[in-house]
Design a protein around this ligand. Structure first.
Ligand code: G6P
Ligand code: MN
Length: 451
């Protein structure tokens, strides 16, 4: 049976990830046939800079796929079958603020964790809903949005509340990046791993890692005790997560597991479980945003310039798990493959003792009707309590955004485990309100001058 080809739109076409995602699509055309790829972005200049690189990647594989670059939503989504969303509201300039403002107050400064992630959430929820509405207006009624936009946990919760029936599947490449490293340690292909996992996005644990039915946690524990979740050739196994700060992050799995050896933590747990150590070992004036702007982004812009001038495209982008994973998920949605992937879904009882409607990250079968979460059952008190606190922080942030409530935002910041006190929370929130004037909804105080 021949499959009829899809129209795919990439929202956030100007992202540094676009060429890698498109390359992943090109090597999978037999599984996921395409008639057209459309790039959509609100930043025309940025998207136009990257578009020729993307076009070249397409033309290296296909003469027939139509390529469209647009800032117009109708042109972007009209009749589309799939939308890959990867918006970054405020771009790297605001990521830098998310990271540096908390650090000025001695608190973790990170893209998606702690106050930085909460700030990013306040910027992203409403634009994400706008995007969903545009897709629903123009795209095929059965179109799926596969969403990488961060902070994924908060975005997922915002979308659940505002557009509960939207055909959006929220995903994250962190579990699959960890699995790729585990596979490298075990010397197998990552597709041979069969894992159990529970948590929230950027906040969870692998509870079992099997190869052909055999439990590999003991072998992984042994490796992690010596090296963290990293092999010697990290750059080879993991072209994306191989900058110095990522190498450090993979190493930190070691102290996390020395304390709690039972499960393998998501690397992002370092920010919640050892926040002061992270802050002490970080340069507050040169954060990950700087590393990305001076690295991945610069390399891509330089490659685009070189390609324009010489017609030769240097290999400046990586085709890693990030691209491969979104294509896997899209295939499973498109053809009802019912593959088992770790995705962000409404709990619906999968984790028995977390709320029914919490947006959790667990294994799910990806069907053409969406994800069907797989039952995890009860979880230990320690993990459950951490998860409940994080969930409350994220849910309050969503409520703060929707209600324009300063108090709820302050509660969200205060409840976050990276934040040591309400004094820190308030100072950071107030600085962030200043820095995000262009982006945040207004946050009003319920009690002004004691009234
Ligand atoms: C992982 C996470 C993403 C995050 C990215 C940041 O892949 O899953 O959610 O955006 O790391 O990577 P970067 O290289 O931009 O620091
Ligand atoms: Mn992620």
């Amino acid at each position: 049976m021949t499959k009829s080809p899809f129209i795919l739109s990439i929202a956030g076409g100007g992202s540094t990830y676009t060429p890698g995602i498109v390359k992943s699509l090109m090597v999978r055309l037999e599984d996921f046939p395409l008639s057209e790829i459309r790039l959509y972005d609100i930043d025309q200049e940025r998207q136009d800079t990257i578009a020729p690189v993307v076009e070249k990647v397409i033309r290296d594989h296909s003469d027939t796929i139509k390529f469209t670059v647009t800032t117009d939503a109708k042109t972007a989504f009209d009749g589309a079958h799939f939308v890959f969303a990867q918006m970054r509201v405020g771009q790297y300039k605001m990521r830098e603020q998310d990271e540096k403002i908390p650090l000025r107050h001695g608190v973790v400064g990170q893209e998606t964790c702690g106050p930085g992630g909460l700030a990013y959430g306040l910027r992203t929820i409403l634009p994400m809903v706008e995007l969903i509405d545009l897709v629903e207006e123009y795209a095929s009624p059965k179109a799926w949005i596969v969403n990488y936009s961060n902070p994924a946990a908060i975005v997922a919760e915002g979308v659940r509340r505002l557009r509960p029936n939207a055909r959006v599947l929220n995903i994250c490449d962190m579990p699959v990046a960890a699995m790729r490293n585990m596979a490298a340690v075990l010397n197998v292909d990552r597709h041979d791993l069969d894992v159990d996992y529970f948590g929230l996005n950027h906040f969870g644990w692998f509870t079992s890692v099997r190869v052909k039915g055999e439990e590999k946690l003991p072998e992984l524990r042994e490796h992690i005790a010596k090296f963290g979740l990293l092999t010697e050739d990290a750059a080879q196994t993991d072209p994306q997560h191989s900058d110095p700060s990522w190498v450090k992050t993979w190493r930190h799995i070691q102290p996390l597991m020395e304390a709690f050896p039972e499960y393998i933590p998501n690397p992002y747990l370092q920010y919640y479980l050892m926040p002061n150590y992270i802050v002490e070992h970080q340069d507050p004036d040169y954060t990950r945003a700087n590393e990305v702007m001076d690295g991945r982004e610069k390399r891509l812009f330089e490659a685009a310039r070189e390609y324009k001038e010489t017609g030769i495209l240097p290999d400046a982008f990586h085709v890693g798990v990030h691209g491969a994973f979104i294509v896997d998920v899209a295939c499973s949605l498109a053809f009802d493959l019912r593959q088992r992937h770790l995705v962000i879904v409404e709990n619906k009882g999968a984790i028995a003792d977390l709320p029914y409607d919490a947006m959790v990250e667990v294994p799910a079968y990806i069907t053409s009707h969406g994800p069907e979460p797989i039952r995890v059952g009860d979880i230990p008190r320690f993990h459950r309590t951490l998860l409940e606190q994080q969930l409350a922080s994220e849910q309050l942030l969503v409520e703060a955004t929707l209600e324009g409530s300063y108090e709820k935002a302050l509660e969200a910041f205060t409840l976050n485990k990276t934040v040591p006190s309400v004094i820190h929370a308030k100072k950071i929130l107030d600085d962030m309100i200043e820095a995000n004037r262009e982006y945040w909804p207004e946050l009003r105080k319920a009690y002004v001058n004691g009234k």
